[in-house]
Design a protein around this ligand. Sequence first.
Ligand code: AMP
Length: 368
Amino acid sequence: MIKLKDKYFKPFLNEEEILAAVSKIAQEIAKDYKDKTPIFVGVLNGSFMFVSDFLKAYSHPCEVSFVKLSSYQGLTSTGIVETLLDLPDNIDGRSVIILEDIIDTGRTLKELIDLFANTKVKEFKIATLFYKPDIYNGEYKIDYVGLEIPDKFIVGYGLDYNELGRNLKKVYQLNQDRMINLVLFGKPGAGKGTQAEFLKEKYNLKHISTGDVFRYNIKNGTELGILAKSYIDRGDLVPDEVTINMLQDEVEKNPDASGFIFDGFPRTTAQAEALDNFLSSKNMEISATIALDADDEVLIKRLLERGKVSGRSDDQDENKIRNRFEEYNLKTAPLQKYYEGQEKYHAVNGIGEIIEITERLSLVIDML
Ligand code: AMP
């Protein structure tokens, strides 16, 4: 699995498979054109690797040139095709063979055909390394095809996603069904919120901190805030029913998220069960629970420091902090067994530089 910008791609074709398709086209064209010195016209940018390997596999007299059109932006074809680099001018009376990296809807192809319609070439043929029969509009005959592929977005071997991935030797396809849902687990002060800020950027996830949502509601004097305040002020847990409903609302607010980081939730077995049921009703699941391990004494120091800047009353009083630890030991710690039972529990050392800890977490996430 590789990541380009915000998307994940999984291996689709290896180098041998690609080169076999290239040499198949070269042989077919050689059969028809070996005595005709054709001009091969590569369509930039995507075809540059294909043209290069194709020419190495084509051992008869030929010339080569390029045109440049542009239609892809992001993952879908925009439908607007621009001519960025025009045809060579020595093509009158010649046999021209277009080398495309991929033909999908056929829009770029139409533009190419229009380009040649105004010239005096003897003939022109179309060769494409990859071809998506499921979505091709069928308007023109494609003369040489390397490989038929399903309608999946692909990158590598010259093809890009937002200009990235052209240098990959293999071809990868978009992995659409990969959703990462993480539970960050650990005592108050373990660094869950800090790490979530980094991980959400790195993995394009939505961060939900139940503590933050409660504090937001308290600040705004909502009904939920008023209800939660007394519990939070004492360092007790807010009742499950309230917390579970709130968490579900937060998930529902983000239907397009490519995954979530749950920070400070679940904190009880009832919450963990509710989360599993809720996610499975949406065809989702927890990918992993990762604990940040740290000693109580380190955590107490951290929380008291944080309390000085954040103004959080539950961080300023050592008795309240100790009460939160007791709540944790009593109600939250048993979740380790719960997630171990599901083979989803991982723990990393939560002591060290912030960036080191992010790396420890990333090692776990990258293996998922
Ligand atoms: P946190 O910011 O995660 O340390 O949470 C601060 C406080 O919010 C906790 O001490 C609880 O009172 C309350 N809280 C946050 N998340 C939960 C939860 N999942 N269940 C119950 N109470 C919670």
